[in-house]
Write a protein that binds this ligand. Structure first.
Ligand code: GDP
Ligand code: MG
Length: 181
């Protein structure tokens, strides 16, 4: 991966998933270092950038945030799916519907020739909302791990609101990568 990073100064990452899963909050957290006080519903495509230092080399991470409620018009699609370096498939751990919704996003990526060749990540957001005393109405880590494995993705859970590393719970497993290829 690092040789790929040094060759590509700008690293285009798609942030994909249903509306409301937290795509805009996550990109804001990554690029501005905080949970936004207020977010507008994303219209069309929006992107944020963050410059990272990777082995002394400046790398621009360009996160492409999208409106999840509708598929793009044909003209937009081609621009969006061009020269992609990685994809983040986001769902909300407290919304099984958002997890099921990923299937159609994966299919759309496939139709636009974004296959298994590029790094893809399954990201369960809103881990701060996980209720450890119940299982219904939530997406389990086991479920997500097997989905990630079936689709050749890396998987982790996070929270744009309370990132796991800052969680007070101290629960083992928070912030760790439960499954990696
Ligand atoms: P998008 O439609 O995928 O861009 O989702 P947004 O980023 O607009 O977030 C949708 C809603 O979820 C907003 O009310 C956010 O405040 C909330 N939200 C986003 N991320 C988190 C999170 O990690 N934890 C919690 N509890 N709420 C979140
Ligand atoms: Mg949004």
């Amino acid at each position: 991966v690092s040789s790929l990073l040094t060759r590509c100064r700008t690293f285009k990452v798609l942030v994909i998933g249903d509306s409301g899963v937290g795509k805009t909050c996550l990109t804001h957290r990554l690029c501005a270092g905080e949970f936004p006080g207020r977010v507008e519903a994303t219209i069309g495509v929006d992107f944020r950038e963050r410059v990272l230092d990777v082995d002394g080399e400046k790398i621009k991470l360009q996160l492409w945030d999208t409106a999840g409620q509708e598929r793009f018009r044909k003209s937009m699609v081609q621009h969006y799916y061009r020269n992609v370096h990685a994809v983040l498939f986001i769902y909300d751990v407290s919304s099984p519907a958002s997890f099921s919704g990923l299937t159609s996003w994966i299919e759309e990526c496939r139709q636009n020739s974004l296959g298994q060749g590029i790094p893809r990540f399954l990201v369960g957001n809103k881990s701060d909302l996980r209720d450890h005393h119940r299982t219904d109405g939530q997406v389990s880590q086991e479920q997500a791990m097997s989905f990630a494995k079936a689709h050749g993705m890396m998987f982790f859970e996070t929270s744009a609101k309370n990132p796991p590393s800052k969680c007070a719970s101290g629960r083992r497993g928070d912030g760790e990568v439960p499954y990696q290829q």
